[in-house]
Each structure stands twice: as structure tokens, then as C-alpha cells.
Write a protein that binds this ligand. Structure first.
Ligand code: ADP
Length: 448
């Protein structure tokens, strides 16, 4: 087992990893930008090093600085968290060449599954249903139009290097498709340095359901059931839950097994999320793999009782998985609300600044994962999420009630948050009945 780990991240996930390491008896080295200097969670690490100015490209994303901190801190491994360098195969490779274990997949598996077009090919090979789409990358408008006529409009243009919804465009006719193709290519080139795109059939009002998988270095891979992340705004997840209300037990089994098979067939190790969309008839289709721990991992932890961060660390240090597929039971219902510092009254503009007062909820079945506290200053440079509120109860109905009770207890003063929107969503009859899809929030609550 490792003695010392560097955490190449900030905020709630840095704190989440510090907590897991503390319980495992592992020392931690944190990093911070000038904007995060003095943040309370840093004092819980054994050491902390500044890696540069506020701007992510000058600090958390600056590989040379992160590696220097790891060398000075004398660590054996790096946990990248999510975002920043977490899915950067180049960084992963540099860790390897510096003899530092990367807590995640190998650079090769990361590159193969992180590229969406190549992941689609691997999924097809592993017999996993994939959204009908172009055979490979699309290079000219005529090919795109031909594909759209074959599968029918609307179609979705996606960047193979894409993430966070960037480089993604819906097109409903020939003309729109041709111009959207150019826009998507330019956007992907600017955002990812790779303008390659492909096409998918656009699935109307789909559900987003994803499967958590973990695999060790001894050939074992297990799934930890699914999470439903259909409550989204602009393709950004707001609420996640497990189990999903939109699939039958048979679909659940088939989908989770497909995900496990894909990860095993790809020689992938550590944690991965295999994302699917489910159409109105209940058919499921693979869309992509996230080669890292995800924001919403706590809902899976609550229903399975498995600490995913500790498992990631154990796997990276070479330990075999301590359980078999049949040991992993999905117990009760868990829901997570992302608490973002955004103003729902002002088109969800970020609302950074000082939290004058923060009172976090508690009680039976409530978990609050956050680095924020009264007096904490939310910097304007990073993701607007200040914490995650998670509940776990024997049934979904009880979990919804506990979440509403917890949201009502929570006080965040000085900045705006999305708490009022969460309260509206959780009180809505369509949510109670599980009649939601990825367009539900925008159709029902958000007027823009
Ligand atoms: P990114 O990596 O940019 O987040 P994803 O491929 O994960 O992109 O897709 C993000 C979201 O876009 C999904 O959760 C879903 O809401 C929507 N989406 C993706 N593919 C399709 C599709 N073929 N049809 C309809 N919606 C889709």
C-alpha cells in the first residue's frame, strides 16, 4: 500500500480524497493555486504546495508544476480526482515515466476509451448496443448528409475528444447540418485541439443512465449498478440517483453486464463510468466512457456500501478486488443534489463571493460532501459546485422526503445557489413518479 499520495485537484473532491487517505493511514500532499491559498481543507493534508496563479491553465492544469510538487512531496502516487488532469493521457504517461503511480487506468486504456469514436468501436466489438451513428469520423458535409438521410433527422454532431457538451450540435435538416458541422469542428478544435467529429442519431427525450464499474490489475471487473442522471440543465447534471426509475430489472441487468464486459474487454483498470441513453421504448445505447471517478460517485457508495475512493487507491497499489459481482447489492435508494453557486433568477450565472453563513443539514440518511463553510470565499475561477448533498433511505419516496427536509434545513447566505430549483424539482409530481428525461428541467422550470 502507498504511504504518501498527491492530490492533483481542489475543493470538495480534494477533501473527499484526503478523508479516504486519512482512514487508510496514507499521508497526503495537497496542491493549491493562489486563489485557493489558505483554504481550510488544505490544513487537513499533511503538506500543501502552491502550483501557480488562479487560472487553471497556470496551476492545476500545469503538468510541470504538479509533477514538481509530487517530486518535492516525495509521493508514490497521484490521485487526479475529476476534471483538470483526470482524463489527460499525456499527464498519465508522464506520471508513469516519473515512476509515480497514477490512480486510474493506464495511459493506453485511457486514450482508447477516452476517445469517443474509438470507444464506440470497442463497444460494438464487445457486443454492447451503441447509438446508431456514423461508422467512423465524418470529414465532409456530403457524408454527413448521406448519414442523416439514412437514419433520419434530427442528428447529433459530436466531437470525438468532446466533454462537457462542447463540440456537440443538433441538426434538423440538410442546411442546418452543414453549418453545424463546421461550427462543431471549430469548437472542438478550439476546446480540445482536435476537431474530429462523428454523427449520432438524436434520441428524443432520452434518459441518461450510467453504470459504475471497477476493475483490478488481476483481471477482475465488477459493476456497482447504475445511476440515473436525467435531471440536467444544458447537458449538465443537477440531480443523480440510484436505482434508476426508468429501466426494468431485465434492462438493468443487461445494461450493467454490458458495461462490465466493455471495461473488461478493454483491459481497463480502476474506476470507470459507462454512460448510456435510454429511449422512450426502454432501449439502451452506449454513448461514452468516463475514465475517472465522477462527481456523482456517492450515490453508488450509499446503495452499495462500497467506498469507491478507497477502492481506487487499493486497486492502484496492486490489491485484488475484495468482492465478487454477486456480493454487490443495490440497497435502498440514494439521491444527490449538486449545490452550485449559481443564480437561478439570472440564467444560472455563477455567483462567487463570500459565504456569510453556511449551515449544513444532518440527521439520519444525510451526507454532505463539501469543502465550504461560513466565511469561505467561492473563487470565480473554477467550477461553481460548492458541495453535494446526498441522502440514502430504504425507498425512493423516503429519500425524496429526506432530501426535501435536508434542503429546507440548509442555509447558504451571501451567495446565490440552486437550492430553490432543487426544491421545485423534488416537489414536482413528474419527479415523484419518475417521469423525467434530460429535457425535463428546461421544459418545466427554466425560462430563458
Ligand atoms: P459530453 O462528454 O460532452 O458530456 P455526452 O456524450 O456524455 O457528452 O452527452 C452529454 C449529454 O447529451 C447526455 O447526457 C444526453 O443528455 C445528451 N446526449 C448525448 N448523446 C445523445 C443522443 N444521441 N441523443 C440525444 N441526446 C444525447
Amino acid at each position: 500500500m502507498f504511504q504518501r499520495i498527491l492530490i492533483a485537484n481542489r475543493g470538495e473532491i480534494a477533501l473527499r480524497i484526503i478523508r479516504a487517505c486519512r482512514e487508510l493511514g496514507i499521508e497526503t500532499v495537497a496542491i493549491f493555486s493562489e486563489a485557493d491559498r489558505g483554504a481550510n481543507y488544505l490544513s487537513l493534508a499533511d503538506e500543501a504546495y502552491c502550483v501557480g496563479p488562479a487560472k487553471p491553465s497556470d496551476s492545476y492544469l500545469r503538468i510541470a508544476n504538479v509533477i514538481s510538487a509530487a517530486e518535492v512531496g516525495n509521493v508514490q502516487a497521484i490521485h487526479p480526482g475529476y476534471g483538470f488532469l483526470a482524463e489527460n493521457a499525456h499527464f498519465n504517461e508522464i506520471c508513469r515515466s516519473c515512476n509515480i503511480d497514477f490512480i486510474g487506468p493506464s495511459p493506453e486504456a485511457m486514450a482508447a476509451l477516452g476517445d469517443k469514436d474509438s470507444a464506440r468501436k470497442m463497444a460494438r466489438k464487445a457486443g454492447v448496443p451503441v447509438v446508431p451513428g456514423s461508422e467512423g469520423l465524418i470529414t465532409n458535409p456530403d457524408e454527413a448528409v448521406k448519414f442523416a438521410h439514412d437514419v433520419g433527422f434530427p442528428v447529433l454532431i459530436k466531437a470525438t475528444a468532446g466533454g462537457g457538451g462542447r463540440g456537440m450540435r443538433v441538426a434538423a435538416n440538410d442546411l442546418a447540418l452543414k453549418s453545424a458541422l463546421q461550427q462543431a469542428q471549430a469548437e472542438a478544435e478550439a476546446a480540445f485541439g482536435n476537431g474530429a467529429v462523428y454523427l449520432e442519431k438524436y434520441i428524443e427525450q432520452p434518459r441518461h443512465v450510467e453504470v459504475q464499474v471497477i476493475a483490478d490489475h488481476h483481471g477482475n471487473a465488477v459493476h456497482l449498478w447504475e445511476r440515473d442522471c436525467s435531471v440536467q440543465r444544458r447537458h449538465q447534471k443537477l440531480i443523480e440517483e440510484s436505482p434508476s426509475t426508468s429501466i426494468t430489472p431485465e434492462t438493468r441487468k443487461a445494461m450493467c453486464e454490458s458495461a462490465r464486459r466493455l471495461i473488461q474487454a478493454s483491459n481497463y483498470t480502476n474506476a470507470a463510468t459507462v454512460e448510456f441513453i435510454v429511449d422512450r421504448d426502454g432501449n439502451y445505447y452506449f454513448i461514452e466512457v468516463n475514465a475517472r471517478i465522477q462527481v456523482e460517485h456517492p450515490v453508488t457508495e450509499m446503495v452499495t456500501g462500497i467506498d469507491l475512493i478507497k477502492q481506487q487507491i487499493r486497486i492502484a497499489s496492486g490489491e485484488p478486488l475484495p468482492f465478487k459481482q454477486e456480493d454487490i447489492v443495490q440497497r435502498g435508494a440514494a439521491i444527490e443534489c449538486r449545490i452550485n453557486a449559481e443564480d437561478p433568477q439570472r440564467k444560472f450565472q455563477p455567483s462567487p463571493g463570500t459565504i456569510e453563513r453556511l449551515i449544513a443539514p444532518g440527521g439520519f440518511g444525510v451526507r454532505w460532501d463539501s469543502h465550504a463553510h461560513s466565511g469561505y470565499v467561492v473563487p470565480p475561477y473554477y467550477d461553481s459546485m460548492i458541495g453535494k448533498l446526498i441522502v440514502h433511505q430504504p425507498t425512493r419516496e423516503q429519500a425524496v422526503r429526506t432530501m426535501l427536509r435536508a434542503l429546507a434545513e440548509m442555509r447558504v447566505e451571501g451567495i446565490k445557489t440552486v437550492i430553490p430549483l432543487h426544491q421545485e424539482i423534488l416537489s414536482h409530481s413528474a419527479f415523484a413518479d419518475g417521469r423525467i428525461d434530460t429535457t425535463f428541467v428546461e421544459r418545466t422550470f427554466v425560462s430563458e
